[in-house]
Ligand binder design. Structure first.
Ligand code: C5P
Length: 402
C-alpha cells in the first residue's frame, strides 16, 4: 500500500530506540508519506535534530514557546494537520504523561490537543515495561483509543532480555498502513495461503511443486489495497513477500495447516497455495546415503486438506471460503466437482497444462465457479485477476466493517 498524500506527526521520545526512528522516517517517506518530526528534550540526547530534519526533509519542532513558529503554525494547528500521530519511541515517562493528560512540553501538548488518531510504539527496559504503573498506563491509553505497536521481545540495549524493544520500523510502517487503510474491506480479516509446500524426504531433500506464489501474493496485495487486514501464510515461494500484511512462513503442508488453524477466525479464507497432497511418511532425520544397487523406497502419507477442513468447520467457518483448482483437463467439470466435494463457496479454476504457461508465468486465465455456475474471466496479468477477485470478495461481503 502506498501512503501517498498522508501526513504523519512523528513524536520522538527520549530512549535509545530513537535511532530506529530515523529509519522509520525514511520508510514512511519511501511510501509517499510526509513526516513532521517533533522531538522531546530527552530525544535530543539520543539523536540530533539535524539528522531528524535531514531525513524528514522538514524542520524539527522542539519548543512549545517558539513565537516565530507560533505565528506561522501554532501547536494546535500542528497537532491537527496530520492523518496520524505516531509516538516512537514511546518511553515509560511519555506514556505516563499521556495517561495522566499532562501538557508540560511540546510533545505532550500536541498529544493533548490533537483530534487525529494516535499510535504509540513503546520502548523501554523490560522491568519498566512490566511495572504495574506502565501496564496501568497502557490500559488507560488503549482505553482512550490509542493504538499500540510492539514492543517486541529481544535483547535490549541495556543488556537485558524480554519485552520492551521497540517494534522494527517496517512493523510500525505496516501498523501505520493498517491504521490509515481505506476501502471496502476495512475491518475485514482475510487469510490467504500461497506458494508451494516442501515435503521433506530427509534434512537436505524435499518434494515440491512448480507454484511460484505469484497469484496468491497478488491476491494478498489486492485485498490489502482494498483495506483488508491480511494474514498471508506462504510456503517457500519464489516471489517477494507482500508488504503491509502479516506474513507467516511455513514449509510443509502440515505446518501450513497448523498456521492456518492458528489464524482463525477470519472473515474470508482464500486458499491459493499449491499444497502437496502427500508427504513422505517417515522422513529421515539424517541424510539418506546412496547405496550401490539399493534404491530408497519412499512411502507416502496423506496431508491434511486445509481447504476442506476449513470449509467443513461448523462454528468458526469463515463467511466466505475460496479454493483454487489447478487442472490440466475438463477444467469446469473437475472444478465444479471439487467445489462440491470440499464444500467451499467459490473455486477459482485454471488450466495449468504446460502449454498455457500459467504455472510460474505472469498471466492467468481463470474460471470462477460459484453456486451461480461457471464464469470465464479473460486471460490477464495475475495482478489484474487478483484485483478482480478482491473486488468480488468486497462485493460479496458488502460495506466497510469498521
Ligand atoms: O484437491 P486439490 O489440491 O486439487 O485442491 C486445490 C485446492 O485445495 C486449493 O485451494 C488448495 O490450496 C487447497 N488444498 C489445501 N490443502 C491440501 C490440498 C489442497 O488447502 N492438502
Amino acid at each position: 500500500m502506498t501512503l501517498a498524500g498522508k501526513r504523519i506527526l512523528l513524536i520522538i521520545g527520549g530512549g535509545i530506540a530513537a535511532y530506529k526512528s530515523l529509519d522509520l522516517i525514511r520508510r514512511l517517506r519511501e511510501r509517499g508519506a510526509s513526516v513532521s518530526p517533533v522531538m522531546t528534550r530527552a530525544a535530543e540526547q539520543f539523536v540530533t535534530p539535524l539528522s531528524v530534519s535531514a531525513l524528514a526533509g522538514e524542520e524539527v519542532h522542539r519548543d512549545l514557546f517558539d513565537l516565530t513558529k507560533e505565528a506561522e503554525m501554532g501547536h494546535i494547528q500542528l497537532s491537527r494537520v496530520a492523518d496520524l500521530v505516531v509516538v516512537a519511541p514511546a518511553t515509560a515517562d511519555l506514556m505516563a504523561k499521556m495517561a495522566a493528560g499532562q501538557a508540560s512540553d511540546l510533545a505532550t501538548t500536541l498529544l493533548m490537543a490533537t483530534d487525529t488518531p494516535v499510535m504509540i510504539a513503546p520502548a523501554m527496559n523490560v522491568r519498566m515495561w512490566d511495572h504495574p504503573a506502565t501496564q496501568r498506563n497502557l490500559s488507560t491509553l488503549t482505553g482512550d483509543g490509542i493504538s499500540v505497536v510492539g514492543p517486541n521481545d529481544g535483547d535490549m540495549a541495556c543488556g537485558e532480555y524480554g519485552p520492551g524493544r521497540m517494534a522494527e520500523p517496517l512493523e510500525i510502517v505496516a501498523a501505520v498502513e493498517r491504521a490509515l487503510a481505506s476501502g471496502p474491506l476495512v475491518g475485514r480479516r482475510i487469510l490467504v495461503t500461497s506458494g508451494p509446500t516442501h515435503e521433506p524426504i530427509d534434512p537436505v531433500r524435499y518434494i515440491a511443486n512448480r507454484s511460484s506464489g505469484a497469484q496468491g501474493t497478488a491476491i494478498a496485495q489486492a485485498l490489502r489495497d482494498l483495506g483488508a487486514d491480511v494474514v498471508f501464510v506462504t510456503g517457500p515461494a519464489d516471489v517477494a513477500r507482500p508488504e503491509g500484511v502479516e506474513v507467516i512462513e511455513v514449509e510443509s503442508a502440515q505446518q501450513m495447516y497448523d498456521a492456518v488453524m492458528g489464524c482463525l477466525p477470519v472473515d474470508v479464507g482464500v486458499f491459493a497455495a499449491a499444497v502437496a497432497d502427500w508427504r513422505v511418511k517417515s522422513a529421515s532425520g539424517s541424510k539418506i546415503k546412496k547405496q550401490a544397487g539399493a534404491l530408497p523406497v519412499l512411502e507416502f502419507a496423506e496431508n491434511p486438506d486445509i481447504l476442506a477442513t476449513v470449509s467443513q468447520m461448523g462454528e468458526g467457518r469463515p463467511g466466505l471460503v475460496v479454493g483454487f483448482a489447478a487442472e490440466t483437463d475438463d477444467v469446469v467439470a473437475h472444478a465444479t466437482a471439487k467445489r462440491a466435494r470440499k464444500r467451499c463457496d467459490w473455486i477459482v479454476a485454471n488450466d495449468v497444462s504446460p502449454d498455457t504457461g500459467i504455472m510460474g508465468g505472469s498471466e492467468n486465465s481463470v474460471i470462477l465457479i460459484s453456486a451461480a455456475g461457471a464464469e470465464h474471466w479473460p486471460r490477464a496479468p495475475k495482478q489484474e485477476v487478483a484485483r478482480k477477485l478482491a473486488a468480488r470478495i468486497a462485493d460479496a461481503l458488502g460495506g466497510d466493517a469498521r
